[in-house]
Structures are given as C-alpha cells and as structure tokens.
Design a protein around this ligand. Sequence first.
Ligand SMILES: [Zn+2]
Length: 135
Amino acid sequence: MARRYRMKCPRCGNAVNVGASGPCPKCSAPLYVEQQGMLVLYRMGNFVGSANGFGIYLNEQPLGAIGNRETLHIPLPFGDYKMHIVCGMNRQCNDPVLHLCPEDPFIALKVHMKMGFVQNSFIIERVDPSTIPQV
Ligand SMILES: [Zn+2]
C-alpha cells in the first residue's frame, strides 16, 4: 500500500488521508503535501483499547485518529506543534512540543498507553526513525 499522508483539509476542515497529492476525499479540494516538515507517528501495539482509534490533536486541533500498529505521516509547515492524544475517558498525555525547523525537519514518534490506577495516560516519545515500521 502506498504511503498516505494525514492532513487537515483547508477547505472543509476534515482530517483526511491523501497520497502525495490529490483531491480531498470529503470535498474534492486539491491538496498538496507540504515539503517542509514531517511528523511520523507510530502507535505501538496494545491490547487495551485496541479496537478504538486514538484521537490526535495538534495545537488543540483534531487531526483524526490512529489505529493499532498504524504509522501516520503528517506533513506540516515549520513551526512548533503540541501533540496531544486521547482515547475515550483517557485524556492524560505527556503533550510533547515538537519543533519542526530546517535543521530538524523530520521527527519520528511512538505513542503507547501507560496503565494507571485511576486512568491510563499516553506517552509520546521521540524515537529513531529506523525503529518505526514504514507502512
Ligand atoms: Zn476537504
């Protein structure tokens, strides 16, 4: 399967998956993949809540969900992005701020759920890109 990019459509506001470029599946607006920065997010396998997607937020803006053992490529302009992940009642997250810039344009991340006594929390960690399954 070809690589898909997760983007927020500027016309309809939906979080959509597109190829290198192509129309928005929701509203047919032409979309282009930003050639600046890239966040790659991999959700580690976890049998807890595995049926549910983890909701992704960047700077408080929803960006769809990620499934179990899924890898998402998120093209973005350079800048700072706070990543937050939620799933159901689990809303605690370490909320890393990611700084995409010309010196550091490619940031690979893994997310996993840490079991807690009251509620579970999400841990997002920066990792070596070679450790992420490229789907
Ligand atoms: Zn659209």
